[in-house]
Write a protein of this length. Structure first.
Length: 124
């Protein structure tokens, strides 16, 4: 019984640590880029260059560098991930935090939005 309580407490603590504090302005944002096949293809190329090494080809969080990262990399195919607004995904993937790098100097906002479009295609 005590072990179960301790395990639950540790799981709860981990879940709290993994929560993001996304500013309200991002939560309300919609993707300004068209979800055309061309833009999704560009987003896929950018994802392969900047994201795949940690998040994996299919977005399961199983990339070759995933073990080097502290925390939960998430699974982009889940309903929980896909239920986020475009702005929340943009903020998390572009602004980042902790082990999730900031991409503001590595790609344009437009390109980051194209990655968001591609991430939407990873839904199961």
């Amino acid at each position: 019984m005590i072990i179960g309580f301790i395990s639950f407490g540790l799981l709860s603590f981990t879940a709290i640590q993994d929560e993001w504090d996304v500013p309200a302005k991002y939560e309300k944002m919609t993707n300004p880029e068209d979800a055309s096949k061309e833009n999704i293809s560009i987003g896929k190329t950018l994802y392969a260059k900047h994201c795949k090494s940690c998040h994996g080809k299919e977005g399961y969080g199983d990339g070759p560098k995933a073990d080097e990262v502290d925390g939960n990399l998430g699974d982009f195919s889940t309903a929980e991930f896909q239920s986020q607004s475009d702005g929340e995904i943009f903020y998390k993937s572009y602004i980042g935090r902790k082990d999730m790098p900031n991409f503001e100097k590595k790609m344009s906002e437009e390109d980051a939005w194209l990655v968001v479009h591609y991430m939407r295609t990873l839904e199961e």
